[in-house]
Design a protein around this ligand. Structure first.
Ligand SMILES: Cc1cc2nc3c(=O)[nH]c(=O)nc-3n(C[C@H](O)[C@H](O)[C@H](O)COP(=O)(O)OP(=O)(O)OC[C@H]3O[C@@H](n4cnc5c(N)ncnc54)[C@H](O)[C@@H]3O)c2cc1C
Length: 325
């Protein structure tokens, strides 16, 4: 039986432990803080789940992940996905995920202003909205626990690993989020502290919304259902570089920008934030993930601000790398 140490119990470490346990490995997870710590990237109640991406490779990975989430739902008896749909809002129709969804044979529809409003969002004049049903949210907190509860592996909290050489294991999987560089050196990532805000919104859950930045083609602002307040919103890649060992609140200027967008875009939400939070992004230059084996160490850095939805698929990739002959 291969003895595997997993460093970090964010969603990627939990997913790797789940996939490793399924393949018969003897797994110990080391987490420097508590399981529900708010210091890394995986805390909070919800994350956007979507298969709509402008690149077919990401669409296929999201489909694989969706199947994994459903598998985990069956195993844990927990509802982990809330499939309320996704609306992409873009200034130029070429910026939607339509071509990639067509290439993968996935249905979607284009909405006019009144159809978009009926889903809770204002569409600026002349802009395009694409609706994808295969989307919504992942219940983030439930998901992390479901992976570990199902895997039934050893979890050591308050256990900060100073060096992978200290671990008595055949293979070490490093899913240390923003701390990855401290343990494995040269990983081409940048750590930033991002801000989110929560808004009061009554009624049935809204679809997730992503608004594409016409300048970069990447996401600018996003919103999703929050099970407590109704709406969570954030600005993608808006935060400054950060040291993961320091703690900080949400950036007030970014929160103001988010609130201004909520006021303009979501008529059913109270635009006064009721709660704010900060969270770390660990990003590569092209928003891809680092999943690779280096000797007895497997590096799993899968964030770039959009990794959560892919966790079951990433966990499987890391397990395959760890248990490869
Ligand atoms: C504001 C925000 C919004 C996001 N929105 C979305 C979204 O809508 N959809 C989506 O798909 N993704 C989203 N993401 C991205 C997603 O949350 C991340 O990709 C994911 O959480 C990364 O998880 P991780 O396990 O790699 O890192 P982390 O969650 O940071 O976990 C790493 C863990 O390793 C531990 N650790 C580090 N070093 C050590 C050590 N030496 N010893 C022991 N333990 C250690 C840390 O304490 C930490 O708990 C968002 C991220 C943020 C910050």
């Amino acid at each position: 039986m291969t003895r595997v140490a997993v460093v970090g119990a964010g969603v990627m470490g939990c997913a790797a432990a789940w996939a490793l346990a399924k393949r018969g490995a003897d797994v110990t997870v080391h987490e420097q803080f508590e399981l529900d710590n708010t210091r890394g990237s995986s805390h909070g109640r919800s994350r956007i789940f979507r298969v709509a991406y402008p690149d077919p490779a990401w669409v296929r990975l999201a489909q694989e992940a969706r199947d994994g989430w459903h598998e985990l739902e069956r195993e844990s008896g927990e509802e982990l996905l809330g499939l309320y749909g996704l609306v992409e809002i873009v200034s130029d129709p070429a910026l939607t995920s339509a071509a990639a969804l067509d290439a993968c044979g996935i249905a979607y529809s284009l909405l006019d202003g009144s159809e978009t409003r009926s889903l809770g969002a204002n569409l600026p004049e002349g802009w395009t909205a694409l609706f994808s049903a295969d989307a919504g949210i992942v219940h983030a907190d439930r998901a992390r626990h479901a992976f570990l509860d199902t895997a039934r592996v050893r979890v050591e909290t308050g256990s900060r690993v100073e060096s992978v050489d200290d671990l008595d294991a055949d293979v070490v999987v490093v899913t240390a989020g923003a701390w990855v560089g401290r343990l494995v050196g040269d990983v081409p990532v940048r750590v930033t502290r991002e801000s989110v805000a929560y808004f009061r919104r009554e009624g049935s859950p809204m679809p997730s919304v992503v608004e594409v930045d016409p300048a970069t083609g990447g996401h600018a602002l996003y919103a999703l259902h929050d099970p407590v307040h109704g709406l969570k919103a954030g600005a993608h890649h808006a935060g400054a570089e950060a040291d993961p060992d320091t703690q900080a609140e949400a950036d007030p200027a970014i929160v103001e920008r988010i609130a201004a967008w909520v006021r303009e875009r979501f008529p059913g939400a109270d635009p006064e934030p009721v709660e704010t939070d900060s969270c770390l992004y660990t990003s590569t230059s092209d928003e891809s993930f680092v999943c690779e084996r280096r000797g007895r160490v497997v590096v799993g850095s899968a964030c770039s601000g959009h990794g959560f939805k892919f966790a079951p698929a990433v966990g499987r990739q890391l397990a395959a790398l760890a248990l490869a002959e």
